[in-house]
Every structure is written in structure tokens, then in C-alpha cells.
Design a protein around this ligand. Structure first.
Ligand code: 5CA
Ligand code: ZN
Length: 422
């Protein structure tokens, strides 16, 4: 699938890698396991509605990580998927009378435009579920062969041929145990599983939390030739396992997404991959907080959304949107309010004014300060305070600007490390 392009950030003097990131699976701050090269998989959108600020926040968060690694001089391999066939997309297409392919195509295109506006560096591979069905078939077939997947007989409206992951068998055969990625208790898992696409009541399953791997063809639903699995379409978690295993070295450095993906999605994506490969999918699991509106998580299903494209249409400066997002630590849950954008715009214009008073050495000092601050679990809000301080420090300067001919400028540093275009 076509990715997008944003101008490459300026090269800053290579920084040392002192990064500590919060790993969900251990609950500890740790180095994400980059040995000379960094690899990242971030779960992409399900394209049935336009990019909202929650999505934007997640992708801007992981963009910071990519920019950090680049500042350290690492090559970065970055993969992102598009869940371009799944129940919510098919349901929305049906409800609005639009072809599901067209809906996915249009919303994915809008997402690309939003990412370009927000200066989010593109993944190296941007891949749709519909482009990778063969990879899923291969992975699920191997799970069936090694006894960690099974077929549930048809009953009622459900035909024969749905394939499920066997949690019990996978726990016996591998080092993965249920909860080892998400860190959730059995009670928490039981509560969120049905809210996030799970079907605990499905008759014939060996355990209520066993997740779907392959959904046998139903009339009126898209399906593909699954070879030994029969006609059908991929389950959700296996999509990301299959794509990540195919395109990244396993285990890769960071598996990322919003905190709503800890369970079941990242728990089972990792479990599926471990059951095939006998080793962990990723070294570190990193989750961004949830953005809320009117007291509730912003979500397509509830419709309490602020769309990036609407803000842009109303004339918002994308750099101000990005600044508003970065004013919150990536792990915190926070609420978008009507003050968010004006506050960010005021800060941004303070920084822009300060550029007129930039002096030699400012950029060099800021690289070190910002990089040091970001090393502590990508502390963007504190990095913005570093920028505020620098801008304040220029206020007392008199005389004309003297940095015009410097090779490294503050604007290039802020773009390279924070992705904010001054
Ligand atoms: N396609 C799957 C992942 S494979 C999916 O979850 N799609 S999504 O469109 O629902 O979400 C895309 C990304 O945005 C996910 O990483 C999700 O965790 C994140 N996200 C969704 N809502 C919010 C929110 N309110 N705040 C922050 N991040 C969010
Ligand atoms: Zn995913």
C-alpha cells in the first residue's frame, strides 16, 4: 500500500542513546533493545472514519521515538499496518451504503494527508490486511500444525471452519503466559475481551478468551482463498503478527500502539508469533495514553471526535496541533478542550519570535537539552519547557540576530527531535 512522504528532518550531531522507555510487559523503564539498528511496529488505523486526535496522538508519540533513534544515528525499520478488512469497517460500510473497499481507500487517504500535515515520518512498509492474507494463512496453518490452533465446528449461523488460538496449548508449548504482555489480571481481561472484538460466548471454544485466527466465509462478507484453511478472512491479532514477522527482524525493538491495544490485541499478536517462532515478537511493548473528549475516550464507535482534518479545514496550524499533543506525556490519558489549541498556538508563536533573536551556539545547546530530556521515557512536555526556557532566555537580548549563517539552527533541531516546524 502506498505510504506517504514528509521532508527528511535535518541531521543533528549524533547523540548517545540513553533512552529509557516504559515497557508494559515488565512495568519497568528499560532500554528498548536496539543494537545498532532500531525496528518498530506500530498498529495502524482501521479506516472506517477519519483520523481523530487520539489516533494522531498515538502516531505522533511513536514519531518521537523514530526521531530519537535517528538523532542517535540508527537506521530505523518501521512497519505500520492498515486493518482494511474487519467487522467495524464492514458494519460502517453496510450502514452507510458504501462499498467497504471504497470506504477504506478514502479514509486511508485522508489519514495519509493528516500524517503529512502533522509531520509524522512515514513507515518503510505501510501494509493493508487485504494485501497480506497469504502471510496470515501461512502463519495460521503453522499454528494448526503445531497444535496451538483448532477449528470450531459450525453451529446456528456460524459455518464450519472458524479457527481459534488455543491459549492453554500455547502456554504449555512456549514461554508466553496469558497476561505476560498486557500485565492485566484475569478479571480485567475478561472484562475488556468482549468490548474489543472478542467472543467469549462462542460455543465450541476451548477457553472463553481464545481469540479468532481465521473467520470462515459468510455470505455477504468478503473472503479469500485460505488454502488448507478454506475460504475466509483473517482475524485481527494474527494480522499484526503475520505482518510484523514477515517484515521485521524478530524480536524487533518496539511494538507500539495506544493503551487500548494492550489486551487482547498485543497480548495475542505476541502469543501467536511466539507460538510459531518459539521466541518473543518484540523486546519492548510501549503504549500511548488515551485522548478523551467530554469525559470519555475519543472513539469512532462513540462518535465523540475531534478530527484532524476538520481542525485543518478551520485553519489550525498543524504545528500547533502537534504542539498541543506533545504538551502531554505520551503515556498519560488526557482530555482535549477548547483551550488546547489556543494555548499551543501561543507557545508556538513565542518560539517563532525567539528565532529572530537566535545566537550561535543556541542550536547546539538545545540539541543536548532536548535529547537529554527525551531520553527519559520520551518526556515531550518537559522538552517543550526546555524550548520555553530557551525562548525566554532570548528575550533579554538586544542587537541584531547573529545566527543566520550557522550550519545548525534551532528550527532544524526542533524539527529533527520534536517534529515541530517553526
Ligand atoms: N487497526 C487497529 C490496530 S491493528 C486499531 O486499533 N485501529 S484504530 O483505528 O482503532 O486505532 C488506531 C490507533 O489509534 C491504535 O494504536 C489505537 O490504540 C489508537 N487510538 C484509538 N483511539 C485513541 C484515543 N482516543 N487516544 C489515543 N489513541 C487512540
Ligand atoms: Zn495491530
Amino acid at each position: 500500500m502506498q505510504s506517504w512522504t514528509v521532508p527528511a528532518p535535518a541531521t543533528v550531531p549524533a547523540q548517545s542513546d540513553r533512552l529509557r522507555l516504559m515497557d508494559t510487559s515488565t512495568g519497568e523503564l528499560r532500554h528498548p533493545g536496539t543494537e545498532g539498528a532500531a525496528s518498530l511496529y506500530v498498529c495502524g488505523i482501521t479506516p472506517y472514519d477519519a483520523t481523530h486526535l487520539g489516533h494522531a496522538n498515538t502516531y505522533v508519540s511513536f514519531d518521537l521515538l523514530q526521531r530519537y533513534w535517528r538523532a542517535c544515528g540508527y537506521p530505523v525499520s518501521y512497519v505500520q499496518n492498515v486493518t482494511d478488512v474487519d467487522d467495524p469497517l464492514l458494519e460502517r460500510a453496510e450502514a452507510t451504503g458504501v462499498d467497504w473497499r471504497e470506504l477504506a481507500r478514502d479514509q486511508t487517504e485522508l489519514f495519509r494527508t493528516d500524517m503529512v500535515a502533522l509531520n509524522v515520518l512515514a513507515p518503510d512498509h505501510y501494509v493493508g490486511a487485504t494485501e497480506t492474507v497469504d502471510w496470515v494463512v501461512e502463519t495460521v496453518s503453522r499454528l494448526v500444525q503445531n497444535g496451538t490452533a483448532y477449528t470450531v465446528p459450525g453451529q446456528g449461523e456460524d459455518p464450519d471452519g472458524d479457527v481459534y488460538f488455543d491459549i492453554g496449548a500455547a502456554q504449555s508449548a512456549t514461554d508466553w503466559t496469558l497476561g505476560s504482555i498486557s500485565g492485566m489480571s484475569p478479571e480485567q481481561m475478561a472484562e475488556v475481551f468482549p468490548e474489543r472484538g472478542g467472543d467469549p460466548e462462542r460455543p465450541g471454544k476451548r477457553s472463553p478468551l481464545d481469540p479468532l485466527l481465521w473467520r470462515a466465509a459468510r455470505s455477504g462478507e468478503p473472503s479469500w482463498d485460505g488454502g488448507p484453511l478454506g475460504e475466509g478472512r483473517p482475524g485481527w491479532h494474527i494480522e499484526c503478527s503475520a505482518i510484523a514477522r514477515r517484515l521485521l527482524p524478530v524480536p524487533f525493538s518496539v511494538q507500539g500502539g495506544g493503551s487500548d491495544l494492550k489486551f487482547p490485541h498485543h497480548e495475542f499478536s505476541a502469543a501467536h508469533a511466539t507460538a510459531v517462532d518459539g521466541q518473543p515478537l518484540a523486546r519492548t511493548f510501549v503504549h500511548a495514553g488515551m485522548v478523551a473528549l467530554h469525559g470519555e475516550k475519543m472513539s469512532k464507535s462513540k462518535g465523540n471526535l475531534v478530527l484532524v482534518s476538520n481542525l485543518r479545514r478551520e485553519g489550525a496550524d498543524p504545528a500547533a496541533i502537534r504542539t498541543a499533543l506533545l504538551s502531554h506525556h505520551y503515556r498519560s490519558d488526557w482530555e482535549w478542550t477548547e483551550d488546547s489549541l489556543p494555548e499551543a498556538s501561543a507557545r508556538l508563536s513565542g518560539w517563532r519570535h525567539a528565532l529572530e533573536r537566535e545566537e550561535p551556539g543556541d542550536a547546539q545547546a538545545l540539541v543536548s537539552a532536548l535529547h537529554g530530556t527525551l531520553s527519559d521515557d520520551l518526556n515531550a512536555p518537559a522538552a517543550l519547557v526546555d524550548l520555553d526556557r530557551w525562548a525566554e532566555s532570548t528575550a533579554a537580548r538586544t542587537g541584531s540576530p547573529t545566527a543566520a549563517h550557522q550550519e545548525l539552527r534551532v528550527s532544524a533541531v526542533v524539527d529533527a527531535l520534536l517534529g515541530i516546524r517553526l
